[in-house]
Design a binder for this molecule. Structure first.
Ligand code: ZN
Ligand code: ZN
Length: 499
């Protein structure tokens, strides 16, 4: 099928909506149900029959992409060298340039021209670290320093602990009972049915705990790992110091150890803990975003961006976070490059430094400022390797309904036709101020936070078939957004301005 013919028939024959009345392009946001069935652009003919005589080539192409993505475990196979021979790849580490070179070569292997875009990234070095209970009886604690933390004095730091379950409990203690102490936040991860939302609630203690404790004179902070399961495994992660208060060492401890400290404190013991951390930050170093694109055959200045982050924490292999997303993006580009190009440009960006600074996303936003008005969608793949359940979207009014109408026929057979608001992610979120519709692939989060940011985030946690299904979801979504005559509504100025 020649590209022009593809454009003529886009979406004209989606079976479920074939009888819908014609709608104009500007109707799309307020009349989303009509959007799926009828071609609205000048180059598309309205359907003459409820059932088309020939299959819709755009739909057929999307189905072919899905079929190809499901066929063999290519995504898993191409992820293997990133995890097993490169491994952890924190920004500024020696593994970061190895991962960048690998990713560029992977795109090139598929016949795509890839290039590197410069980013200055922070360099945080963990060094040696350990913690132990000294009183009431010596006992080791299993910990991981939090990314960006300062270290302890060279001889370590010993203090009594105060254990709190919330910021309110910390405030109630007041400065007199916190000054000079190590504050332990024992706040559990509470499941309510959406782990990614629940994470947002629990992670506040990692994000804001260190400075909240420092404000009251604490000398260090230990935060219960933000985790849905624990075999005494600590989970690291980032946080930010509030410049108004002293920078104190901050580490995660396992759920088991947080509960142990809590029990000892409740029992009335004066619990003394020793903490030793060599953590420190070195001057920024050059890093890279890895970028490639398939130029649109008709509207090349309209860009659908798909992204994942190439960096990981310095523990584990960064398999589910975010090697899986990287593999999904690589595979989507391979699949799209294997046939006629879509109407719009599809650009893939493997971002640097998502984990501790999102400097890659900021550099992309700044380097491409003049193109951002032409970014019609930005999709982030950073929620693991489990089966995709759906696609989330942050866009203007009516966007989710339009997305549902466009994608349900393709994604329902995959079990991925759940469409919700609040799409996007830490990287594509930096395009929000430019009103770009932001999407995320929503993988099943049931097990994600069992392994997230731990030594256990390794390739064996990935089910190749689930990763293929998630890849199929990304590939089909990307194709439709790059090919459909309809555009997702951009964010309103008020929404775009929201932090
Ligand atoms: Zn991530
Ligand atoms: Zn992460």
């Amino acid at each position: 099928m020649c590209p022009l013919a593809l454009g003529m028939l886009i979406l004209a024959g989606m079976p479920s909506r074939a009888g819908a009345p014609p709608a104009s392009a500007k109707d799309a946001p307020s009349r989303p149900a009509a959007a799926a069935g009828v071609a609205a652009a000048p180059d598309a003919a309205p359907p003459a029959l409820p059932v088309p005589l020939a299959p819709d080539p755009s739909q057929a192409r999307a189905e072919a992409l899905i079929a190809e993505a499901l066929k063999v475990p290519t995504a898993y196979e191409r992820l293997r060298p990133l995890t097993d021979t490169i491994g952890a790849r924190l920004a500024g580490s020696t593994n970061e340039p190895r991962a960048v070179a690998w990713a560029k070569a992977e795109f090139e292997k598929d016949g795509l021209r890839a290039h590197l875009e410069p980013v200055m990234v922070p360099v945080w070095v963990r060094g040696k670290e350990h913690a132990e209970i000294l009183e009431p009886g010596p006992m080791p604690l299993v910990m991981l320093g939090l990314g960006g933390s300062v270290g302890t004095p060279a001889e370590g730091l010993t203090a009594s602990v105060v254990v709190v379950g919330s910021f309110d409990e910390l405030t109630a203690l007041g400065e007199s009972r916190v000054r000079g102490k190590i504050v332990v936040f024992d706040h559990p991860f509470v499941r309510t049915g959406n782990e990614f939302k629940d994470y947002g609630e629990a992670v506040k203690y990692r994000g804001d705990g260190p400075s909240a404790a420092a404000k009251l004179g604490a000398v260090a902070v230990l935060v219960r790992s933000v985790a849905t399961a624990s075999l005494r495994t600590p989970h690291t992660g980032g946080f930010g110091y509030d410049a108004a208060y002293p920078r104190i060492p901050a580490a995660s401890i396992t759920a088991e150890d947080a509960m142990l400290l809590h029990r000892l404190a409740r029992a009335g013991h004066d619990v003394k803990v020793r903490l030793f951390m060599e953590a420190h930050t070195e001057p920024d170093r050059p890093g890279s975003n890895v970028v490639t694109e398939i130029r649109g055959r008709k509207n090349p200045r309209e860009i659908v961006l798909i992204g994942a982050h190439l960096d990981s924490w310095d523990v584990g292999q960064g398999a589910i976070d975010d090697g899986a997303g990287v593999a999904m993006v690589l595979e989507t580009m391979r699949l799209l490059a294997s046939g006629p190009p879509p109407r719009r440009t599809v650009r893939a960006v493997l971002f640097a430094n998502e984990e501790n600074g999102t400097k890659g996303a900021k550099a992309y936003r700044d380097a491409h400022a003049e193109e951002l008005a032409g970014h019609v969608a930005a999709i982030e793949a950073d929620s693991g390797a489990a089966r995709a359940l759906g696609v989330s979207l942050t866009a203007g009014s009516g966007g989710v309904d339009l997305l549902r109408a466009l994608l349900t026929p393709l994604l329902a057979p995959l079990g991925a036709a759940r469409f919700t608001g609040e799409g996007g992610g830490a990287d594509v979120g930096h395009l929000k101020k430019a009103a770009v519709p932001m999407l995320s692939i929503e993988n099943d989060g049931t097990r994600y936070f069992d392994y997230h940011h731990t030594m256990a985030d390794t390739l064996d946690k990935i089910d190749p078939e689930a990763l293929q299904q998630a890849t199929a979801t990304l590939a089909a979504t990307t194709w439709v957004l790059a090919e459909s005559p309809k555009l997702l509504p951009r964010l309103s100025p008020e929404e775009a301005a929201k932090e």
